[in-house]
Write a new protein. Structure first.
Ligand code: F6R
Length: 628
């Protein structure tokens, strides 16, 4: 059985070391706030056999207020764990918040994911006389661990008890477990849900995200599927769910704490918009050497790339829009048919795939459940899967044949910005690698395309130097009821992306259209004063499309629309039709989305600010969506 519902990744952190655990755990939870949550909790082992738990619905500040009320001195140990929850089973109220305990209050558990067989487990526990204190699936795990610890083969052995429980659980989970009898130990386990270990000096961490411990150590270990880790002050042991030693992958986190901080900006998103030139440069870095495109972690051979006869790009949201942009380039460069599909639709419609199909799975987080399922489906059909991902070691790259990391750095604002631009650039690298392997472009043409890509960070920097005008415009149109976005060719996915940004950040009705579709319906929406953003192609690069769009603008202007035109510098033809003109540098047509998207990101963020919304944490949304 698979539960179909939307679940966000909870934030999890566990610590055993020499510092006050409460401070470390709260610091870790703060760093993971971007994931979205509706309650928070902590548990601390005091070393003398006491396990103290506090949890509270709402923001972390509520929990901290509660800790002050009860007295933080009660949480005096150096081992503990914490959790930020996004409700799945049971409402976001105090008693459903994690950690959950067993009846004796000796065991505490935090959990991310869904225990799919929890109803049966709960019935079994209730039949045994256990009284449930919450409506959650997680609580069953606490009782099961406590029971395993007190009876049978696993009696008195916390690690074996947790392993035995994990073997019974169905679904996706990260579990972190403490027991008052073991004040210097934390046991954590994972299946299809993220868990990393932080390796410090005389201290160890477990977390759903390296951000939770990067302040303390950059040495990390990524746990594999169905693995369990036992951390103590001195070290860590990785086991499988049968208790046998297992191998996990050590790595060094290549971004520092300041990269995850706002860097003086009001919002992470604004900082991330500004980081786009650097993100693009990082995506491209090292991918062209000795006259050839190199896909660094390529495990698809040149011969396989030559055999490809069809490309699918599968992704969700903004990542999907990056695929729509890529279609124009990949088809043009390789003459291969490219289909771009929403990952949530892909596997349910029986797509035609075989071993000569290349499926490009694009995902910033690498955790998106729809995209992950699309990857699994494609691999079952023997297609080759290349992941384009921003998160090292995430599930999607792990399950793919090859991976191209975007190296855009951590993206904390929920709305994708720098990761989106990096995805476009990475998709282009895939297109060029295909063209190179298949010989549809000569080496000097590939080199020229790459050189044009390499010029893009400077072009984006130039756009950034002119955003004040866009901010001002944003404030002036912040009261609009709706905004429409129009584009043609690669400007069409840019229009879709502009509309998505506005919907998610400003909660404003927004639609993106292919401008040619106007007369087939959407023009009926035009009314006096309605802002319409038009993404113009270059008058030189795409003269025919340019003149068609000029006609579209004059049609909507005649019907009262307030036209906001994004056009190439020096495009005088469009000026008379633009109530507001936003100029972007002239760049090759296929690369235009890299510059024309930027003002739309700024516009959406500024409108959201003007309307008083939290730009980094739009309502109902979180950064990673890990269940379909
Ligand atoms: C929009 C946004 C989302 C994501 C989508 C896919 O600003 O951020 O639409 O693009 O949820 O997420 P990833 O790329 O992590 O698979």
């Amino acid at each position: 059985m698979s539960l179909v519902r939307l679940v966000r990744v909870c934030g999890i952190v566990g610590y055993v070391g020499h510092r006050p655990a409460l401070d470390v755990v709260l610091g870790g939870l703060r760093r993971m706030e971007y994931r979205g949550y509706d309650s928070a909790g902590v548990a601390v082992l005091d070393g003398a056999g006491a396990l103290t738990v506090e949890r509270k619905a709402g923001r972390l500040a509520n929990l901290e207020g509660r800790l002050d009320e009860v007295g933080r001195e009660r949480f005096g140990g150096t081992a503990g764990m914490g959790h930020t929850r996004w409700a799945t089973h049971g409402a976001p109220i105090d008693r459903n918040s994690h950690p959950h305990r067993d009846a004796s209050e000796r065991v505490a558990v935090v959990h991310n994911g869904i225990i799919e067989n929890f109803a049966a487990l709960r019935a079994e526990l209730e039949a045994d006389g256990v009284e449930m204190a919450s409506d959650t699936d997680t609580e069953t795990a606490a009782h099961l661990v406590a029971r395993a610890y007190t009876e049978g083969d696993t009696k008195g052995d916390l690690t074996a008890s947790v392993a035995a429980v994990c073997r019974r659980l169905e679904g996706a989970f990260t579990l972190v477990v403490t027991h008052a009898d073991h004040p210097d130990t934390i046991v954590a386990a994972r299946r299809s849900s993220p868990l990393v270990v932080g390796v410090g000096d005389g201290e160890h961490f477990v977390a759903s995200d390296v951000a939770a411990f990067i302040e303390h150590t950059r040495e990390a270990v990524e746990l594999g599927q169905d693995q369990l880790v036992v951390i103590t002050r001195e070290g860590y042991d990785v086991l499988d769910f049968h208790g046998d030693a297992a191998q996990a992958k050590p790595f060094t986190v290549d971004w520092d704490l300041s990269a995850a901080e706002k860097g003086g900006h009001e919002y992470f998103m604004l900082k991330e918009i500004e980081e786009q030139p650097e993100a693009l440069a990082n995506t491209l870095r090292g991918h062209f050497e000795s006259g050839r495109i190199i896909l660094d972690e390529q495990r698809i051979s040149d011969q396989d790339l030559r055999d490809v006869d069809k490309v699918f790009v599968v992704a969700c949201g903004s990542a999907y829009h990056s695929g729509l942009v890529a279609k124009y380039a990949i088809e043009h460069w390789t003459r291969l048919p490219v289909e771009v599909e929403l990952a949530s639709e892909f596997r349910y419609r029986d797509p035609v795939l075989d071993r000569d199909t290349l499926v490009v799975a694009v995902s910033q987080s690498g955790e998106t459940a729809d995209t992950l399922e699309a990857v699994r489906h494609a691999r079952e059909q023997k297609a080759r899967v290349l992941a384009v991902c921003n998160t090292n070691g995430a599930q999607i790259p792990r399950e793919s044949d090859a991976v191209l990391y975007t190296h855009a750095g951590p993206e904390i604002g929920v709305a994708s910005t720098k990761a989106f631009l990096a995805q476009i650039a990475a998709n282009y690298l895939v297109g060029l690698a295909l063209a190179q392997a298949r010989g549809t472009k000569y080496p000097d043409e590939v080199a020229r395309e790459f050189a044009e890509l390499e010029a893009m960070p400077a072009a984006v920097q130039k756009v950034l130097s002119t955003v004040e005008q866009v901010r001002d415009l944003g404030r002036r149109i912040a009261d609009s009821k709706a905004i429409l976005f129009l584009g043609r060719h690669v400007g069409f996915p840019v229009a879709l992306e502009g509309a998505l940004k506005l919907k998610e950040l400003a909660y404003m009705h927004a639609e993106g259209f292919a401008a040619g579709e106007l007369k087939h319906g959407p023009i009926a929406l035009i009314e006096d004063g309605l802002p319409v953003v038009v993404v113009m192609p270059s008058p030189k690069g795409r003269a025919v499309l340019h003149s068609k769009l000029v006609s579209n603008i004059s049609e909507i202007q005649a019907r009262g629309a307030r036209t906001i035109v994004i056009a190439e510098e020096g495009d005088e033809t469009v000026r008379p039709f633009a109530d507001e003109l936003i100029e972007v540098p002239a760049v090759p047509t296929l690369l235009q989305p890299l510059v024309s998207t930027v003002p739309l990101q700024v516009l959406a963020a500024e409108i959201a600010r003007a309307r008083g919304y939290d730009v980094d944490k739009p309502r109902n949304l979180a950064k990673s969506v890990t269940v379909e």
